[in-house]
Design a protein around this ligand. Structure first.
Ligand code: GLV
Ligand code: MN
Ligand code: MN
Length: 431
């Protein structure tokens, strides 16, 4: 699929049923019950009253990774942790000189998130490796199931794996309070040897990722499986607003430099700017911290974040420029200063046609209904798309809810997705 077709499809946001796929020979089956059992046990790790909290490099993330390593070993497979801190499980292929098929996802979570965003594809990938081994299916290519570290902090593990993050980027502070540099060491990698984990262009046969949809299109259209046509790009901006902290009772209204008032105006301006033009671009001010955050003091400083997404890099450029201009205008009007820095960029990615067909065929051969749809969420797959052909498999999210404790995907849908991944891997091996 070319970018223009994808943009048109994204703009109309339809789920297009595919019709032209013929079911092929008897498909393989994985043990979906094993994946669902792993998900059920995993739910206890990082579970807090507000939801799942396994933010990257936290103690709960480390506990999650220990769980995953145990799961791999219990599956009769041998895990290793690469220099970037990604967990890698390898099955040899019949032709050892061929580049590997890579499959995987992540197990870190957002703050107060759910148990399905990432773990479904991670444990699904381990199950695919286990099933192939148990069923004595030897692929031509080696297979690598990977659990990428710190997806939610900006696809960090996969960025490291394509050599897209180095130098000052490693000093960025993750949600856990640890820098990426500290995090890499904490999860068993090595900052000095990061180059060892880099996968260059052509070093990977293809990349496939199973994931929950995180939106409501499959559920709304009664489809069991989604073949992802492409993934939006994102820009994360960190904004620091400095005003002047002063007495809330004695400072007249016309003599204030209120950083929180400026932040409020800026939040509205981001929303207005994004909505002022047609298209599927989205932007969110999702985090705001005021200081001193006290009832009777005018806020002197605010730090906030902007998450901006679209498929088209030119649209991202345009709206980032509008947002920066809004910051400059509001700074002037409120007597504050705005420092806007770009902390994370992820490039939009288009799925590979032949891999999408392989997924469509696997879906049909298993008797599932499928459709093609774009991803509005970010994924490690979009980083891997820069070095290899990529495609993704979506399974339905109940109510279209994700990044929430109410995130849920039915056990049958998880099992269906793992079966599709297994057969898509077998099909991709023949490409
Ligand atoms: C990752 O889940 C993202 O889309 O933010
Ligand atoms: Mn997520
Ligand atoms: Mn995810």
């Amino acid at each position: 699929m070319d970018r223009r077709t994808f943009v048109v499809q994204l703009a109309t946001a339809t789920a297009a049923p595919f019709l032209r796929v013929q079911p092929s020979a008897t498909p393989l089956r994985a043990d979906g019950a094993r994946v669902n059992a792993a998900l059920a046990s995993f739910d206890a790790i990082g579970r807090m009253p507000g939801g799942i909290n396994r933010v990257a490099y936290s103690d709960a993330d480390l506990a999650g990774r220990a769980f995953a390593l145990d799961l791999v070993r219990a599956s009769g497979l041998a895990p290793r942790v690469d220099a970037a801190g990604n967990i890698v499980v390898r099955l040899d292929g019949a032709e050892p000189t061929l580049p590997p098929i890579v499959i995987g996802s992540h197990i870190d979570s957002v703050t107060d998130g759910g148990n399905f965003d990432g773990p479904v594809g991670s444990f699904g990938a381990i199950e695919v490796a286990r099933s192939l081994k148990a069923q004595r299916v030897t692929l031509r290519h080696p297979l690598e199931a990977v659990i990428w570290q710190n997806e939610e902090g900006g696809t960090i593990g996969s960025k490291l794996a394509i050599g897209a993050l180095e130098g000052a980027g490693l000093d960025a502070v993750a949600r856990s309070g640890k820098t990426i540099r500290e995090g890499v060491v904490r999860v068993g990698g090595s900052v000095e040897r990061l180059g060892d984990a880099v996968r260059g262009k052509g070093s990977v046969h293809c990349y496939l990722e199973l994931h929950i949809e995180q939106g409501g299109t499959l559920e709304r259209t009664s489809r069991q499986i989604g073949t992802v046509t492409g993934i939006v790009g994102l820009r994360w901006l960190d904004v620091a607003i400095d005003g002047f902290a002063n007495h809330a009772g004695t400072t007249p209204m016309d003599q204030r430099q209120d950083a929180l008032l400026a932040a409020a105006k800026f939040t509205v301006a981001v929303n207005d700017t994004i909505r002022s033009a047609p298209g599927r671009q989205v932007a969110t001010v999702g985090r705001m911290v005021a200081a001193p955050n006290t009832r009777n003091v005018i806020p002197g400083r605010v730090e906030l974040t902007v998450d901006l997404r679209d498929l088209d890099p030119a649209v991202l450029d345009r709206f980032e420029a509008h947002i920066r201009q809004a910051a400059a205008d509001i700074a002037k009007a409120t007597g504050t200063t705005f420092a806007v820095t770009n902390s994370v960029n992820s490039t939009p990615a288009i799925s590979d046609d032949r891999l999408m067909e392989a997924i469509d065929r696997s879906t049909a051969s298993l008797g599932f209904t499928g459709s093609r749809l774009p991803s509005g969420a970010g994924h490690d797959a979009q980083e891997m798309a820069q070095v290899a052909p990529m495609a993704m498999i979506f399974v339905p999210s109940v109510g279209g809810i994700s990044h929430s404790p109410r995130e849920f995907t039915r056990a049958q849908d998880v099992a269906n997705g793992v079966d599709v991944l297994l057969n898509a891997v077998v099909a991709a091996d023949r490409l």
